[in-house]
Design a protein. Structure first.
Length: 338
């Protein structure tokens, strides 16, 4: 008998950490795949840790005889900033890696006779509004509006959403046997995710947490977007909970394969004011990076996440004030205490 397990790719990232903690607490057996090894304390909570690339088909094939994978969280990705510098590599990791894993899920489902659930984190980068005027006019954007991404990462994410929908609803539609529906594909389009645990690494939406980190270190910060810039954000704990909530949702309740998520959508000025409330002496100025500003301007000011709230009860715990006052500022401040 093969052992039923949850497979998490890209498990060494913060969403992966949160999922491992929660799933281990629930008694689930976990297998991870990542190019980076897990921290020792986290590695103790998984049944098998595979160190390798998502592009390593042999690594996936080795899992088939031993484990019965019924739930996949596919977090492995080349992120937005690096994808712009290496678009071919981004396509290989983000698209080809996802395709290999979808095929793996299809084979798993066929082998044990029931669907494999496939959770995929997409991104607000899947959107692309052509002008700032269009962005301001659009307001809260629905899932099927303005899907004209202007970055490689956004193109990858949008295409993989479509690949997942194909596997879930139309796979090999000309074959004699109906083999679609074996992969239960579910995706969330994350807004800017803000974490108090990890240090910002130059991402396009990182100006918000960068303000907090700089203020807590007592260093000046020049924000790379205009003061009036507005995009949706979400606190990391809500991101982890959202993925788990979508995984728990009955399949028959879902009306989409990809769902918007949002929690709050402050301007860069509002973020600055909130940081200054906690650190009145902080120096936070604005020095616009036109290239990064152009990317942020192509993303919606906010998203319509009513489908997620209606279909599977999405309800973020952190609004703007609570995210900064109860989560980000206290935890980041603790990091820099001498």
């Amino acid at each position: 008998m093969r052992k039923p397990v949850v497979l998490i790719t890209g498990a060494s990232g913060e969403i992966g950490h949160g999922l491992i903690e929660r799933l281990a607490e629930a008694g689930r057996s976990i297998v991870t795949l990542d190019i980076a090894p897990l921290e020792p304390a986290l590695a103790k909570k998984v049944q098998r840790e595979v160190t390798g690339s998502i592009l390593d088909r042999a690594a996936l094939d080795r899992l088939l005889p031993e484990f019965e994978v019924d739930l996949i969280f596919h977090l492995a990705a080349l992120l937005s900033t690096r994808s712009e510098f290496s678009p071919v590599m981004a396509h290989e990791v983000n698209v080809q890696g996802t395709l290999l894993l979808l095929e793996f899920a299809q084979r798993e489902a066929e082998s044990h006779g029931r669907p494999v659930m496939f959770l995929y984190p997409s991104s607000i980068a899947a959107y692309g509004l052509p002008t700032l005027e269009d962005k301001r006019r659009a307001g809260r954007v629905r899932e099927d509006e303005w899907t004209l991404p202007t970055t490689m990462y956004g193109c990858n994410k949008l295409y993989c959403e479509q690949l997942g929908r194909y596997y879930a609803q139309h796979y090999k539609r000309l074959s004699a046997e109906n083999v679609s529906g074996r992969v239960d594909f579910r995706s969330v389009r994350f807004p800017g995710l803000i974490s108090a645990v990890t240090v910002p690494s130059g991402g396009t939406s990182d100006y918000a947490p960068e303000m907090v980190h700089a203020a807590a270190r007592g260093e000046p910060y020049a924000c790379f977007v205009r003061p009036d810039t507005r995009i949706p954000f979400m606190a990391m704990p809500d991101g982890v909970e959202a993925v788990l909530a979508l995984a728990r949702a009955p399949r028959e309740k879902l009306t989409r394969t990809a769902y918007n998520l949002g929690a709050f959508a402050p301007t860069a000025t509002a973020v600055r004011d909130e940081v200054l409330r906690a650190y009145p002496g902080a120096s936070i100025t604005f020095q616009v990076d036109e290239k990064r500003q152009g990317i942020v301007d192509s993303w919606p000011e906010d998203v319509d996440d009513s489908a997620a709230r209606r279909d599977w009860g999405f309800a973020p715990a952190y609004d703007f004030e609570r995210a900064f006052r109860d989560y980000l500022i206290p935890m980041i401040g603790e990091r820099y205490k001498s």
